[in-house]
Design a protein around this ligand. Structure first.
Ligand SMILES: Nc1ncnc2c1ncn2[C@@H]1O[C@H](COP(=O)(O)OP(=O)(O)OP(=O)(O)O)[C@@H](O)[C@H]1O
Length: 252
């Protein structure tokens, strides 16, 4: 189902972090959200998941996400990951998935002992490539594997919208590749939105790219279209000049 964001605005003590963003996030395609540091990418995801207060509208399944508490947004099928993985380190991979699956179970059922692994959890372990590690504590997983576990947690929750905040940051080249393939596998039946800085990765895997700058959408299209966009070039070039100036201490 499509998530439609209209005229979203988020303000922190008078500072406008999101300034009238409208976006259509459709299922079945890998949607990337890019933009320089401070553009508002994480804030946008925070607003859609009840962690930042926003005005405007974010319509999903007849509800406006901006009016809902975060646990209700999760139950509605909108899930997210964070830049730093938030798995339970002492619990096994399987236990982490089981807890995530509990989001949709009635509270009294959570008290009942559960025998074996559900078919759904086994399938998700397979999808995210963690079957062999199911019984290991999540704390021993590599950074990349923890991100896959988090994606697995969204899958067992049946999240039909997944908002992933820089899932490949800090990953090895092989882990990145595996993550790109994983995102491709899960996107046909879901709305997957990925915040990313690595343009090579974006070029390889994006179906559609939205560029944010200073809280506004400045361009949207395929990776190739975005690369040709004059405004995007100006924003990224400006960023580079600022970064060079900062590191060399020279005036621009
Ligand atoms: N809780 C907050 N209070 C005040 N300002 C905030 C808060 N959260 C974010 N901001 C500001 O809002 C702007 C957007 O931040 P945000 O983290 O959304 O950017 P981003 O595009 O995700 O950047 P990055 O790529 O560095 O993660 C920044 O100027 C940031 O300092």
């Amino acid at each position: 189902m499509t998530l439609t964001v209209s005229d979203l605005r988020v303000e922190f003590d008078g500072f406008v972090a999101i300034d009238g963003v409208s976006l259509t996030l459709e299922p079945g395609r890998l949607h990337f959200l890019i933009g320089p540091n401070g553009a508002g990418k994480t804030t946008l995801v925070d607003a859609l998941t009840g962690l930042a207060h926003g005005s405007g509208e974010a319509r999903y399944r007849t509800r406006d996400l901006l009016t809902l508490a975060s646990h209700k947004i999760t139950r509605l099928g909108v899930g997210r990951t964070f830049q730093t993985a938030t798995v339970f380190e002492e619990l096994s991979v399987l236990q982490n998935l089981d807890i995530a699956a509990g989001v949709h179970r009635a509270r009294w059922r959570l008290m009942l002992p559960r025998r074996g692994m559900s078919e759904q959890v086994a399938e998700v372990l397979e999808t995210v490539g963690l079957t062999e590690l199911a019984e290991r504590p999540a704390g021993v997983l590599s950074h990349g594997q923890k991100q896959w576990l988090e994606i697995g947690m969204l899958l067992v929750q049946d999240s039909s919208v997944m908002l992933l905040d820089e899932p490949v940051a800090g990953m090895s080249a092989e882990e990145r590749e595996a993550t790109g393939e994983l995102l491709r596998r899960i996107s046909p039946e879901r709305t997957v939105v990925v915040i990313e800085h690595d343009m090579d990765f974006v070029r390889r895997f994006a179906d559609v790219v939205t560029v944010l700058h200073a809280g506004k959408v400045i361009a949207e299209g395929t990776a190739a279209e975005i690369r040709e966009d004059a405004e995007v070039q100006r924003v990224y070039l400006g960023d580079t000049v600022a970064a060079v100036t900062e590191t060399t201490g020279e005036d621009a």
